[in-house]
Design a protein around this ligand. Sequence first.
Ligand SMILES: [Zn+2]
Length: 255
Amino acid sequence: MSSLVIDSFIELPQAVLDVLDEGQPIFHRVIVDPSTPATAEDAQPTPTTTTTGSSSTLIITNVEKIHSSDHTSVYSAKLDLPNNDELADVVLKISNAGGPRNDALWREYQRYEDLAKFQGTVIPRCYGLFQAILAEEDEEEEPDVVSCLVLAYGGEASAVELNRNSREFSLSIIKALENLHDAGFTHGGLHPNNILNKQGTAVLIDLEFVRGDHKCDRAASVGTNGLESKTGDFGCSEIYSVARKMDLWKKSGPS
Ligand SMILES: [Zn+2]
C-alpha cells in the first residue's frame, strides 16, 4: 500500500552522484505489490513502469549532508513534487551496500510500508525507495544497487540523553510508542538519535528493527499512572525500559 505513487524516477543532484562515484545511475522507484509480499527468493529487481515527461520525476535539490557512516549517507534536501508549488523538506538516506532486496534501506522501507497509517504522525511520511542497479555481471547473483530512501523531514533532534527531554516531550515519546505497540509493532532500537522533536511531538525514525509481532500487555499508561514497577509487572519491556531511561517512573505522580 504505497501511499503516494506519482512517478517512477528520482533525480539526484550532481553533488550526491559525485559522492556515490557510480557515474549517472538511474534511480527507479521500488514498487511493492501489496498482494504479493516480496521475499528474497521471488523478488525481481524493480520492474517499474516507465513514463516520460517531467511530471514523472521527483526532483531533489538543495542537498546538504547531515552525516554518513560506513555504508549510509544522510542528507537534508528539498523535494520538488509534481503538482505542488512548494518544495517539501525531505531527508535522503542513501546506501550502496547489499542487493535490491536485502539492504538495510530496503528493510526500512518495508517497515514504512507496514506502518503506513502512522506516516505523518508517529513516523515521517515516506516518499518512496528508489534504487539504481549498478551492474549485472552474473544472472545468478543479485546485482549491486544504490538505494535512496526519501522521507519527509521529521523534526529537530531530541536531547542527547533520554532523561534530558522535558517531561511533556518524554510523554509524547511514550505516546508514540504506545501507538505502535497497540498496532502490534515494537520499534526495536529506540535511542535519542532516532527520536525527533516536531514542535513538541515525538517522531520516531530509523525503523530498520521494527517488528510486527508484539502483543502489548503493558499494565498502565505511563502518562497517567507512572508508578514504579518491575518489568514483569509492567508487561512491556520496550516501553518500560524507555520510560525508565527517561526517569519517568521516579517523577511521575503523587504516591
Ligand atoms: Zn508493548
